[in-house]
Design a protein around this ligand. Structure first.
Ligand SMILES: [Zn+2]
Length: 259
């Protein structure tokens, strides 16, 4: 049995089936399923039309859809190109038609239908592309929301002090709520005691402890009023379990934040 071509399936989904098409759909479960699926896309596409300001998908999206569905050359052009072009230019009568006494020459019905089909198809497929883009935008939006929660405002590679060979890095993240975090990563350490993370002034006398570090990554809240210009040195020290809260003087890694 000869199945309906994709263009006809699309027209059927739009409610423009011809009697012959309807008869085939009644007998062919395969084509009927295609039309049902397309109809869902048309519905989604029409509803999507109400929301404006969506980014236009790159033409490569259409190229993929076109190739995947094995569509004809007639619809090879990105349907969004047609959206961007003023539609009047497509349907304007040629000068010859305009001066003819009858206004315009009659067009055979079959030709008119084909022309309409050619015009409508990009809309259907545009709706399909819009539905794909909407789904992608949803996923993209969620990941952006998660990623946008903080922004790196300063970073420095941490260098080991002479007795050590550790490597590390410190980043200052500005959170969307206005708070700041120092994110420290450091290779596993041979610290004899525990590791403590500090912000230190250039005079190396004034310093603020942010907390102890476990594992290879730690996140530390930077006190709201602490001026990083005043305490730009990030320092990880090896602290003995001696009950003394001051810096042991035994630094493992150090770097100066570049504001
Ligand atoms: Zn069929």
């Amino acid at each position: 049995m000869q199945h309906l071509p994709p263009e006809t399936l699309a027209l059927c989904a739009l409610g423009e089936a011809e009697p012959g098409d309807t008869a085939h759909l009644a007998d062919c479960a395969e084509c009927a399923a295609e039309v049902t699926a397309l109809r869902r896309v048309v519905t989604a596409g029409r509803n999507a039309g109400e929301s404006e300001g969506l980014p236009r998908p790159p033409s490569s999206v259409w190229d993929s859809i076109h190739a995947r569905l094995g569509l004809s050359d007639a619809v090879r052009a990105d349907p969004f190109d047609a959206v961007d072009t003023p539609p009047a230019a497509v349907d304007a009568p040629s000068p010859a038609q305009r001066v003819s006494p009858a206004g315009s020459s009659p067009v055979p019905l079959e030709d008119a239908r084909k022309r309409r089909a050619r015009r409508r198809l990009p809309q259907v497929l545009g709706a399909a592309a819009a539905a794909v883009v909407l789904a992608a935008a949803g996923v993209w939006g969620i990941s952006r929301i998660l990623a946008d929660r903080s922004e790196v405002i300063a970073a420095v590679e941490l260098a080991p002090l002479p007795a050590y060979s550790d490597t590390g890095r410190a980043e200052v993240d500005q959170r969307s709520d206005g708070g700041r975090e120092l994110v420290v990563t450091a290779s596993g350490s041979g610290a004899r005691g525990f590791r403590e993370v500090w912000l230190i002034a250039p005079d190396v006398q004034r310093m603020v402890s942010l907390g102890t570090m476990e594992g290879t990554e730690g996140r530390f809240t930077i006190p709201a009023n602490l001026d990083l210009d005043e305490y730009p040195i990030v320092d990880i020290s090896d602290e003995p379990f001696d009950g003394n809260p001051t810096h042991s003087g035994d630094s493992i890694l150090r770097g100066v934040l570049d504001p």
